[in-house]
Ligand binder design. Structure first.
Ligand code: ATP
Length: 459
């Protein structure tokens, strides 16, 4: 097994054993690569989403948030182009009937399928004799729409078909006029949303990299129609910089990041520039985030299709126009995967291997763990008082089982920045030992000063 595959397996095992992420519906044999976030994973996820919201919505004057429905009027998906073209090329193994992405099979055979039509893919599959991974013949490629369908209301007919949104973005366009009216923002300004998206991906896999149910954090940043390339490039480059700062903030290793300009043949026809922010996952370099200049395509489409004005009126110049938009789009689960890969460390300490998740303090599930040295009642009581006090300021864990060494190891593995050990001396001198996750240095701190000591370290 390659070192990369081994690292991936270790991360998956740690995530499962420590209650971050485990297979969903597991007692029923699972459900097609779905994963649930456990007690620590849900804290980590929440911290990431909260930090994103704080960074991009609350700390900025020019961005406001929304929380829209997952199921929206079907006309939205017609206008946005999703009904016609949110598709992937699908082929089927003629024997096993397992379905594959034709472009992925071509890429596996080292053929770049980007920009190819279905016919071209079919021809190459035939000419090169490309088979399914099980060695069987493949059907000719056809388009497969990735949107999940369901019915709304009690009647199951074609008029009641609705879709689960495949991206959060469209709500920002559909709600544009209402948000503008109520927030009284002026251009340039953005609308942000965090929420679930669903894609009936032909193949899933690589742990939480490609899921059918996942979360996105997206911003539509509206700008005036550019008079020259420079006008939109300025905003585009600002957003590239914002994404880089965000990567640092959540502890994603920038050495593993590649910014890839998507060639015109692979871009959506309305996009003038798209940069894929790719990450070197243990299974290869793949997309983490996307940044796209989508011109005024979406708002124009929705204005045409709904018959409602989605124009912006510049109060100073009196000019009316449909704004253009820059879209940074980020997946929550891919963020978590990139953070886990970046922060997983193995160190040799006194001949033993110490596993540490060097998570940034802001997103670590627990900030502090209170550990009484033994289960003696007087230590328990003091420790419990300390825990109750600290929990007013920090998310705090309490653990009194197993040896102190094992408890430190557990806290290192889940990324807790500080452990507070309460021992018998603490009863006399009213001091505790604070251990730093990264340096493993220990310091005696007065219980009275513990909260301010930790506040300073965690700020
Ligand atoms: P890919 O090429 O990997 O399928 P995409 O280009 O279709 O991704 P976008 O439509 O740009 O992805 O979606 C925006 C973001 O949503 C992605 O950058 C990624 O972080 C996330 N995302 C997209 N599809 C999935 C998925 N199936 N599972 C998890 N996250 C996803």
């Amino acid at each position: 097994m390659s070192r990369e595959a081994e690292k991936m397996n270790k991360i998956i095992a740690l995530a499962k054993n420590r209650g971050f992420i485990f297979p969903g519906s597991d007692i029923y044999g699972g459900l097609a690569n779905s994963y649930d976030f456990g007690p620590l994973g849900s804290e980590l996820k929440k911290n990431i989403k909260d930090l994103w919201w704080k960074t991009f919505v609350r700390d900025r004057k020019d961005i406001v948030g929304i929380d829209a429905n997952i199921i929206m009027n079907p006309k939205i998906w017609e206008a946005s182009g999703h009904i016609d073209s949110f598709t992937d090329p699908l082929v089927e193994d003629k024997k096993t009937h397992v379905r594959y992405r034709a472009d992925h099979l071509l890429e596996d055979a080292e053929i770049n399928a980007s920009g190819m039509t279905l016919e071209e893919m079919g021809k190459i599959i035939g000419k090169k004799g490309i088979k399914s991974p099980d060695g069987n013949e493949l059907t000719t490629p056809k388009q497969f729409n990735l949107m999940f369908k369901t019915f709304m209301g009690p009647v199951e007919d074609k008029d009641s078909i609705v879709h689960l949104r495949p991206e959060t973005a469209q709500a920002m366009f559909v709600d544009f006029a209402e948000v503008l009216r109520t927030s009284r923002k002026s251009i340039p300004f953005g609308i942000a949303q965090i929420g679930k998206a669903f894609r009936n991906e032909i193949t899933t896999g690589n742990f939480i990299f490609r899921l059918r149910e996942f979360e996105q954090m997206e911003i539509e940043y509206f700008i005036a129609p550019p008079k020259s390339k420079k006008d939109w490039e300025k905003h585009f480059n600002n957003w590239l910089e914002e994404i880089r700062k965000w990567l640092d903030l959540v502890g994603i290793d920038r050495k593993l990041i590649k910014e890839v300009d998507v060639p015109e043949s692979e871009r959506a026809h309305y996009s003038e520039r798209t940069v894929d922010i790719e990450f070197e996952y243990p299974f290869g370099q793949k997309e983490l985030y996307g940044l796209a200049y989508r011109t005024n395509y979406d708002l124009s489409q929705h204005e045409k299709s709904s018959g409602k004005s989605l124009k912006y009126k510049d109060l100073e110049s009196g000019e009316e126009y449909i704004p253009h938009v820059i879209e940074p789009s980020m997946g929550v689960e891919r963020t978590i995967l990139a953070i886990l890969v970046s922060s997983y460390k193995e160190e040799k300490v006194k001949g033993e291997t110490r596993v540490v998740l060097a998570l940034p303090k802001t997103i670590a599930p627990f900030k502090v763990a209170v550990l009484p040295l033994s289960k003696k009642e007087e230590l328990q009581k003091l420790s419990e008082d300390i825990r109750a006090d600290l929990s007013k300021s920090f998310v705090t864990d309490y653990d009194e089982t197993q040896s102190i060494g094992k408890r430190y190891r557990r806290q290192d593995e889940i990324g807790t920045p500080f452990c507070v050990t309460v021992d018998f001396d603490s009863l006399e001198d009213k001091m505790v030992t604070v251990r730093d996750r990264d340096s493993m240095k220990q310091e005696r701190v007065a219980i009275d000063e513990l909260e301010s000591y930790l506040k300073e370290k965690l700020s």
